[in-house]
Design a binder for this molecule. Structure first.
Ligand code: DX5
Ligand code: ZN
Length: 221
């Protein structure tokens, strides 16, 4: 299965140096990449806290990377303005919590920001279907969200195929992104299934040879 898009690697600064995120973000740029993935956690939807719009705003003034903001929040609709104001260029929101998902996507789009939905590993592909016409991207979690450094869940591979098929059948152009446990070994089975956007935290920041890592994960399988 193929994607209409080139493969993009979006390192997550969750695995960066939180005492010096500016340097971590510079490392991404220096590696020749264009995107940074920013993981926002509320301690309710996921059992962890990360950082908020204030940090994103500060990083925004230090970077021209594309800011891919992944909201792991119970009430993302209450924080859209704050993240737009902070400089998000794409905002992804989970379908699992109870809030007006479609309205929130419409609000993000109306402000000229890209948007999409996120599905946890155990959430069925069908849960994304009502929102696909509104999505620039669909993010499939390949770990239970909340922490970096977890193992890739192979049981999500069929869902990548399902979303690729939905994209083809519906003639949609959304990017298909995966997040969690992506490394030099697990990227290929994803890209073979039409995934074109890879989030990597631990594997990127800990790679002994970053350009070799980037070349491996971004090569078309
Ligand atoms: C998990 C986050 C991921 C995470 C990925 O809740 O959404 O973006 O940082 O980290 P690794 O690549 O270490 O699994
Ligand atoms: Zn993420």
């Amino acid at each position: 299965m193929s994607s209409p898009h080139e493969i993009i690697l979006a390192p997550s600064i969750l695995a960066g140096d939180h005492a010096d995120l500016k340097s971590s973000i510079r490392e991404i740029k220096d590696a020749g990449l264009d995107w940074v993935h920013l993981d926002i956690m509320d301690g309710h939807f996921v059992p962890n806290l990360s950082f908020g719009p204030q940090t994103i705003k500060a990083l925004r003034s230090a970077s021209d990377l594309f800011f891919d903001v992944h909201l792991m929040l119970d009430n993302p609709h209450l924080y859209i303005d704050a993240f737009l104001d902070a400089g998000a260029e794409q905002i992804t929101i989970h379908v699992e919590p109870d809030y007006p998902v479609a309205e929130t996507l419409e609000k993000i789009r109306a402000k000229g920001c890209k948007c999409g939905v996120v599905l946890n590993p155990d959430t069925a592909a069908e849960a994304a279907v009502p929102y696909l016409p509104l999505c620039d991207i669909v993010l499939l979690m390949t770990v239970q969200p909340g922490f970096g450094g977890q193992s890739f869940r192979e049981d999500v591979l069929p869902k990548m195929e399902a979303l690729s098929a939905l994209r083809e059948e519906g003639n949609y152009k959304f990017r298909l992104e995966v997040d969690g446990g992506i490394d030099a070994k697990t990227a290929a089975p994803c890209t073979a299934r039409g995934v074109d956007t890879l989030v990597a935290g631990t594997a990127f920041f800990k790679a002994p040879d970053r350009s070799a890592f980037i070349q491996t994960v971004c090569s078309k399988s």
